[in-house]
Design a protein around this ligand. Structure first.
Ligand SMILES: [Zn+2]
Ligand SMILES: [Zn+2]
Length: 180
């Protein structure tokens, strides 16, 4: 039975948040979701000039450990991520390996100078995790600004979109899940 496995790398989330995330992912993907803590050294992904971590370098560390390609793995880190060519990224996905990463850092209202707000943070986390999982099932970015597969240039886009797939993306998701 295929699963979604979320690995928390040197970060922690309250049980209430994890429960809500699990319930949302199981609702949207109809897949069992599990959480684990993971201690892997990510220091070599740090870029001193940018003060950010290279997302692909963290993801690639886990390639050798993934022997079940059907499972989908998501890493949560609380460091700012980048990929060459972009100022920052909320997350990144490697569909061929079934591994994605999501950064919690820019989902926190306090990153933007606002008061901490767990409700808002949780909504953003649900959206970005669903988005990266969509990529793991070979969905591309969607033009519909309400669709969870809409590309987020900034946190405003994340806040505008819903945590659900539009009808079209949902149709593609269900079709892809049958063959991937
Ligand atoms: Zn994307
Ligand atoms: Zn869509």
């Amino acid at each position: 039975m295929r699963k979604i496995i979320v690995f928390l790398i040197y970060t922690h989330l309250r049980d209430e948040i994890l429960r809500e995330l699990k319930s949302h992912l199981e609702d949207v993907f109809s897949l069992e979701t599990e959480f684990y803590g993971l201690s892997i050294d990510i220091n070599d992904a740090y870029n001193f000039t940018r003060n950010q971590y290279l997302a692909s370098k963290i993801i690639k560390k886990m390639f050798p450990y993934k022997n079940n390609w059907k499972d989908k793995w998501i890493f949560f880190v609380d460091v700012d991520l980048y990929t060459p060519g972009l100022n920052f990224i909320f997350g990144e996905a490697y569909p061929r390996y079934g591994i994605a990463i999501v950064s919690l850092t820019r989902l926190k209202p306090e990153f933007y100078g606002s008061k901490p707000n767990e409700r808002l943070f949780t909504e953003r986390l649900l959206k970005e995790t669903t988005h990266e999982l969509g990529h793991l099932f070979y969905l591309h970015h969607c033009e519909n600004p309400n669709c969870v597969m809409h590309f987020s240039n900034s946190i405003l886009d994340t806040d505008r979109k819903s945590k659900y797939f539009c009808l079209n993306c949902n149709f593609l998701l269900k079709a892809n899940m049958l063959i991937i």
